[in-house]
Design a protein around this ligand. Structure first.
Ligand code: ASP
Length: 685
């Protein structure tokens, strides 16, 4: 689909009409016959259908077929128009049909010639009796299959992208199912305020100035504090909410400044109880999807959803689909669990993609000092290594692959101050056969098959022809912090590229994993884009400051060595995506206050911002734990897309703008006045 040569703005103004015809035309579309229920169609009956006009197929100068497509209906209705005698009512009608522009909304009345059969994908056929155009679709917007409309015309993208329509319908269905599932499991839906106040929970907030001088609301980064207050309030059953959350953070393909969480909390519960409830939800959801949906992939590689047994087709058919795949029922065993330290060591990521073959190994005691100096200027580095085996086992193709990979690495990886990634390819065809350095003259002992180092490496990695060995230095730290290591990131990039190039099989299974035992706190500089709690301890809460310690040992560590203390926090991860996270909470006010005051070293003003929560905990709040599932991400993962924008009706751009409505808007002088604001002089945007 594409827009004509004119930009859309012109198209919009070109529909302006003379005032005399404007109201007459409007009158024509103001009253329209109601649509007849599809069940009432019988041959010979007169019915009315509503929908958008499809493309007209002229059989001759005297006969044509046209589809009327209703977005909510599975099959379009076909309408037939034919005439014999010039000037006859049929002729006039035919002319009227021909003058109606494609894609216009219409009410069409006709005699039923045949009744469709949804299961056999047959359309109903009407003989045209009258057509009422309810609002003309501009002729200068040209629509052809597959072309993207600009983000400013999101309504056209939604209107004409079948994939987007299906994904949005799918999202609505998953939301509906989730509500039913949670309600049946005893949860109750609560709404919590969107106009909240600023608190140092962890993420940067959006503030909303008020007309009261110097006062502002803040939009909630999550309903965390309210849901804990609900637990203290003794509400029956668990709490859930489809909550809109707002975070003023750096944006990525899987992050939006406003997003939707399926938020939960359970009283008299531990983290274990919540993990089990979330696992049940996930498995039941997959069972539901397996029964009701098939996924097909079209020519462009986009996934489509078809509800089985009746496909939810709205606008035309999906061409060139590959065989449909169902959502497999997830294994009944509990999801795998691994600690943060384990996933960071084995996969270099706190949200590992378990489909990626091979793990990371530490080789700092294997590789010689001379080699380390070649790849890093760090004093006593850790050396991470990962062996990648592509499908073909051809060293020359591996070499080509590595070049492509490194030409497209994200800048942070390509220019890593801790050193470049060393790449060696195992090549049996070389004179001495062994590890073939890439981009280096020689790596000394490591590439010389006669050395002990080479032998150790070969033994450890069990090389085959064409294997790629990647080595990466990193700073020696006493413990892991942050979300990934450089080797972990390269491993992900390499896997994605290899799958994209068809050098590794595309694995469409869903590999769930719980990551547990996160550190309670993270050194502040490792979370540069998070404002944290504003304490003076040099670290902030890894997730939020309400998270309980994991074990009794961790209580002790909180007082002696807080950076080593683990939290009772759990993240649900699937295929390299963090679907959600939650924790057991500190339910005793004095302990919560001690964490804020004595450990995070927040000042009185900082602690006072959480006064409402401390008061609620003090009122005999029961133990509680919860979870929040990133709903946009869940739908994106299930839809086979990497971008949450593909499953949000009105997403924001990477700059946080909504280009369709052009937000955010510039503050006018009058608004500045109303909200008692002033722009700092001398600063440009
Ligand atoms: N409020 C947390 C978040 O938004 C989730 C939770 O702990 O329940 O990440």
């Amino acid at each position: 689909m594409f827009l004509g040569t004119r930009p859309y703005e012109h198209a919009a103004t070109s529909t302006a009409k003379e005032p005399s015809t404007l109201w007459d035309d409007y009158k024509q579309s103001f009253h329209f016959a109601p649509a007849s229920p599809r069940g009432s169609f019988c041959v010979g009956g007169i019915v009315t259908v509503h929908g958008f006009l499809g493309k007209r197929r002229d059989i001759s100068a005297k006969a044509a077929f046209i589809d009327v497509v209703h977005p909510g209906q599975v099959r379009p209705v076909q309408v037939r128009s034919a005439w014999d005698v010039e000037g006859s009512p049929e002729h006039v009608l035919h002319q009227q049909l021909k003058s109606a522009s494609a894609y216009s909304p219409v009410a069409v009345t006709g005699e039923v010639e045949s009744v469709g059969d949804e299961e056999n994908k047959e359309n109903s056929l009407l003989r045209l009796q009258s057509i009422q155009v309810l609002n003309e679709f501009p002729r200068n917007i040209i629509v052809s299959k597959g072309v993207q409309f600009p983000a400013t015309a999101r309504h056209l993208q939604m209107r004409f992208s079948e994939v987007l329509q299906r994904r949005l319908a799918f999202r609505s269905d998953v939301a509906g199912w989730s509500r039913r599932h949670l309600t049946e499991a005893g949860f109750r839906e609560f709404e919590t305020p969107v106009l909240f106040k600023s608190t140092p929970e962890g993420a940067r907030e959006f503030v909303v100035p008020t007309r009261r001088r110097g006062f502002a609301y803040a939009l909630p980064q999550s309903p965390q504090q309210f849901k804990q207050i609900l637990m203290a309030s003794g509400v029956a059953g668990g709490y859930f909410q489809f909550a809109r959350c707002f975070r003023d953070e750096d944006l990525r393909a899987d992050r939006q400044p406003e997003f939707t969480q399926l938020d939960l909390e359970m009283a008299f519960a531990t983290g274990e109880d919540v993990m089990q409830a979330v696992e049940r939800y996930t498995k039941d959801l997959f069972a539901y999807l397996g029964e009701n949906y098939r996924v097909t992939t079209d020519d462009s590689g986009d996934s489509n959803f078809e509800a089985a047994p009746i496909p939810v087709e709205a606008l035309g058919s999906v061409k060139g689909t590959q065989p449909a795949r169902s959502f497999a029922v997830l294994p009944s065993e509990p999801f795998q669990r691994m600690s943060y330290d384990e996933v960071m060591a084995r996969f270099g990521s706190d949200k590992p993609d378990l489909r990626i073959p091979g793990e990371i190994h530490r080789l700092d005691s294997v590789v010689p000092a001379g080699f380390k100096r070649m790849i890093t200027s760090l004093e006593d580095p850790i050396i991470d290594a990962w062996r990648l085996r592509l499908d073909n086992g051809d060293p020359y193709q591996s070499r080509e692959f590595v070049k492509q990979l490194f030409d497209n690495l994200p800048p942070a990886l390509a220019k890593n101050p801790e050193g470049m990634t060393a790449v060696l390819i195992y090549n049996l065809g070389r004179p001495l056969c062994g590890l073939d350095p890439l981009g280096h003259e020689a790596f000394g002992e490591i590439t010389d098959p006669s050395t002990e180092t080479h032998k150790r490496l070969a033994e450890l990695a069990d090389f085959q022809d064409g294997d790629i060995l990647l080595l990466q230095a990193r700073k020696r730290e006493p413990f892991f912090s942050g979300g990934s290591t450089a080797m972990g990131q390269i491993r992900i990039e390499a896997y994605r590229k290899a799958v994209e190039l068809g050098l590794l099989p595309c694995d469409d299974s869903f590999r769930f994993l719980w990551v547990v035992g996160f550190p309670m706190f993270t050194p502040t500089e490792a979370k540069a884009d998070d404002p944290g709690q504003g304490g003076h301890a040099g670290f902030s809460a890894t997730h939020h400051p309400f998270t309980a310690p994991l074990t009794e040992e961790d209580f002790e560590l909180l007082q002696t060595d807080p950076l080593r203390a683990k939290a009772d926090h759990y993240d649900l991860v699937v295929n390299g995506v963090e679907l959600g996270g939650g924790s057991r909470r500190i339910h005793v006010a004095a302990v919560q206050e001690a964490v804020m005051r004595d450990i995070l070293k927040m000042d009185d003003a900082g602690v006072a911002q959480f006064g409402h929560l401390l008061e609620a905990l003090r009122a005999g709040c029961p133990p509680h734990a919860g979870f929040a599932l990133g709903f946009d991400r869940l739908v994106a993962v299930l839809s086979g897309t990497n971008s949450v924008r593909d499953v949000i009706a009105f997403p924001k751009s990477m700059k946080g703008e909504d280009l369709s409505v052009k937000s955010p808007g510039r503050l006018t002088p009058a608004q500045l006045e109303t909200y008692h604001l002033a722009l700092r002089p001398g600063k440009t945007e």
